[in-house]
Write a protein that binds this ligand. Structure first.
Ligand code: FBP
Length: 274
């Protein structure tokens, strides 16, 4: 047997903590930066309350920013893998400058924090696509040295993108994400199991569905989760559909049951007290 080099071992080990049965439900919690604190229910504005719930719900990992990870390490460390988000933008920027994410950290920050992966966004199709893609490619190179997995938030976005959920466009963004060197790809649902199968099929690495805005009824979102799993996705990354719900833990458990136990949405919804 040939010798496997250290970064390959480190990356495999870290990925296995996030995808224990090759599937994963990651809690997205970077909204305080990307949107604004008003995304959070009034009793959950302090990040500690939400991180506490994410740990109790037994998510497979939490994706958040450096400041939140530092302020809550006593809650998550040793209990839930951390994915450090290394790019961002605030919604305060002018509307015509919203299509650009910049660097807010490095792979070294992730190592210092004991993270199991990093994440960065590329708005494929945006006027400044190359700025985000170059930054992401640099992150890929440094992550490769350190054995650190990297997840991409592959979001088609910009004046040229008329429909962010168009199957052809999401498929292209997913393929470009795989080709630039992402280990995990988080992207938009394309509206049906059949169309998402196309997205998944062109990627050599696991594809995860990005949650999106809270649906009116939770059964609607659970149906989407089942649909992407039936299409061959490796899981979902979800924020608002969980933390804006009155029953945070119940909704999280319902999603986890669909992803890991292939539960039907109609049964999973029974795990939630209304
Ligand atoms: P949600 O499940 O709440 O959609 O979270 C996923 C996410 O990508 C977050 O990581 C990020 O803060 C937000 O959505 C981006 O939202 P927007 O589409 O408004 O830029």
């Amino acid at each position: 047997m040939g010798r496997e080099i250290a970064p390959a071992i480190g990356k495999r080990l870290r990925l296995s903590r996030i995808l224990k049965d090759e599937k994963t439900v990651i809690f997205a919690f970077d909204h305080g930066f990307e949107h604004w604190p008003a995304d959070f229910p009034v009793d959950r504005v302090n990040p500690r309350s939400i991180v506490q719930l994410a740990v109790e719900a037994r998510f497979d990992a939490i994706m958040t920013t450096k400041g939140v990870a530092e302020a809550t390490s006593d809650i998550w460390a040793g209990k839930i893998p951390l994915i450090l988000k290394l790019t961002g933008k605030t919604s305060l920027k002018p509307a015509d400058m919203q299509f650009l994410q910049y660097s807010i950290g490095t792979a070294k920050d992730a190592i210092a924090l004991g993270a199991d992966a990093v994440a960065g966004t590329v708005y494929w199709g945006a006027p400044k696509e190359e700025v985000m893609a170059e930054n992401f490619a640099r992150l890929v190179s440094s992550c490769e040295m350190y054995g650190m997995p990297i997840m991409i938030l592959a979001y088609p976005r910009g004046p040229a993108i008329k429909n962010r959920q168009d199957t052809q466009i999401v498929t292209y963004a997913t393929r470009a994400s795989a080709e630039i060197g992402a280990d995990l790809i988080k992207t938009h649902y394309t509206g049906s199991t059949e169309s998402f199968k196309q997205v998944v099929s062109i990627s050599p690495v696991p594809v995860l569905m990005s949650g999106g805005e809270k649906t009116e009824k939770i059964i609607e979102f659970l149906g989407i989760v089942k649909s992407v799993m039936d299409a061959g996705a490796a899981g979902v990354v979800v924020g608002r559909n969980v933390f804006q719900s009155q029953n945070f833990i119940g909704v999280a458990k319902a999603i986890l049951s669909i992803v890991h136990d292939n539960m039907a949405p109609e049964d999973a919804v029974k795990r939630i007290d209304h």
